[in-house]
Design a protein around this ligand. Structure first.
Ligand code: NAP
Length: 302
């Protein structure tokens, strides 16, 4: 259970607006003040009634907060932390939602050396962005990984864990570097592959754009969902998690070369065994409630 009474949400896009909505739905006694650097986003947030108040500055938004949730792109974490440093009340705890953790831990502990920092990554999202894209149930039954720096007060870690659980998430704790390696393979590499394959298909001269779209149900369209993700967010993720991503990319390239060889030499058994193993992984994801069990992601075929 969460015992935070005044929550400030900085950055009101997909994730920040979802945090604000989830707090309103599940922790109705907590007061939420939001802020976004973008005036248009602040206007939209006011219009749709996000939180109890929307502040024009981050400094104002956190002035009486007991929990601050930074929901800005990873490359903006330093600036967002610096903007709240002077007005953040003593004893207030800071968490965030960034998709990479080592660089964020470094940015937040440098900018806010006197506060408990409990970085978090809710492994939940969509390919959309902005305040209209958020929804209160985004974190339901999704993992939220906490990566507290060494020496963080365990009481602060438990309070932040309670906050994310109250929003519906399952909480796990791990070291920031380990998080970055795990997410490099489960999230960052798949996005890189999707960005590449969509680019490759649209560059092929002998295949027209209209054919790419017309026959996309052959598999391509599932990559396009991922490749439609926010360019700012993903630019920042690849720059911040450069080493782990490059390492995983190297392994991926070796495995791809092995599959190419199997195709070239007609090694059907090798291909069959490989595809059988990957099918089992999909089954486990569905069994653990991390995706829809229905065929074709539950799309209607009527
Ligand atoms: P988003 O929809 O683009 O929202 C981010 C918002 O933060 C934008 O309105 C942006 O304004 C604003 N912003 C940028 N710098 C700021 C600052 N210094 N102070 C206040 N506001 C600032 O992005 P998102 O998808 O919610 O992602 C937010 C964070 O969540 C990222 O760190 C991302 O890695 C993480 N995350 C995303 C997902 C996902 O699936 N999308 C999942 C898990 C975690 P401008 O557009 O004007 O810059």
């Amino acid at each position: 259970m969460s015992d935070f009474a005044r929550v400030a949400v900085i950055g009101l896009g997909l994730i920040g607006s979802s945090v604000a909505r989830a707090v309103a739905a599940r922790l109705p006694d907590a007061r939420v003040v939001g802020h976004d650097v973008d005036a248009t986003v602040r206007d939209t947030a006011r219009k749709i009634g996000l939180g109890h108040a929307i502040a024009d500055t981050a400094a104002e938004a956190v002035a009486d907060a007991d929990l601050v949730v930074l929901c800005v792109p990873v490359g903006a974490m330093s600036a967002a932390a610096a903007a709240i440093a002077d007005t953040l009340p003593q004893g207030a705890i800071v968490t965030d939602v960034g998709s990479c953790k080592a660089s964020v831990v470094e940015a937040l502990t440098t900018a806010l050396p006197d506060h408990a920092i409990v970085p978090a990554h809710p492994v939940a999202g969509t390919e959309q962005s902005g305040p209209m894209a958020g929804f209160a149930t985004l974190f339901n039954h999704r993992w939220c990984i906490l990566t507290p720096p060494e020496g963080t007060d365990p009481v602060a870690v438990e309070r932040v864990a309670g906050f994310w659980r109250a929003l519906g998430a399952e909480v796990e704790t791990m070291a920031p570097d380990h998080h970055d390696r795990v997410l490099a393979v489960t999230s960052h590499l798949p996005h890189l592959i999707a960005y590449t394959i969509v680019g490759t298909a649209s560059d092929l001269e002998e295949v027209t754009q209209s054919e790419v779209i017309k026959y996309s149900a052959g598999g391509f369209r599932d990559f396009t969902r991922i490749a439609a993700s926010d360019p700012t967010m993903w630019r920042d993720v690849f720059l911040a998690n450069r080493e782990a991503v490059l390492d995983m990319l190297q392994r991926f390239s070796e495995d791809l070369a092995a599959l190419s060889r199997a195709i070239r030499w007609g090694k059907g058994d090798e291909l069959f065994d490989h595809f059988t193993q990957t099918r089992a992984i999909r089954r486990s994801i569905v069994e653990q409630g991390q995706d829809d069990a229905r065929a074709d992601f539950g799309r209607s075929h009527e």
